[in-house]
Design a protein around this ligand. Structure first.
Ligand code: ZN
Length: 113
């Protein structure tokens, strides 16, 4: 299977993928690209990690993370936390839509097309 991230490397089975959530490291199975090193966690294992993290109370339900905005050029930048990025499978090239809800809420939706 070719790597969906770089399109060059072959994916090899890996059983030592590490995910860190709130300082706790989870070991997961999945595949790792032999060219770019991108890791793809098996759905089963990533579900298990979320389950365990929930039990430990380190996976918010609903997920609520605090992030500070930062400045970039003339705009404001919001960084997506790594565990959220991983759990949503974001590559960084997606288009998102923002909807303002009331005075202080913004809904971010990832376009799936
Ligand atoms: Zn790759």
């Amino acid at each position: 299977m070719k790597c969906p991230s770089c399109g060059k490397g072959e994916l090899a089975v890996a059983d030592d993928i590490l995910s860190e959530i709130e300082g706790i490291t989870f070991v997961e199975r999945g595949h790792r690209c032999q060219a770019c090193g991108e890791e793809f966690i098996d759905q089963e294992d990533s579900d298990r990690t979320v389950k365990v993290a929930r039990k430990l109370g380190i996976w918010g339900e609903p997920l609520k993370l605090q992030r500070k905005l930062s400045h970039s050029g003339r705009g404001l930048v919001l960084r997506i936390p790594e565990d959220l990025r991983k759990s949503m499978g974001l590559k960084g090239s997606e288009t998102v839509s923002l909807s303002k809800i009331g005075k202080s809420k913004v809904l971010i939706e990832v376009q799936t097309t």
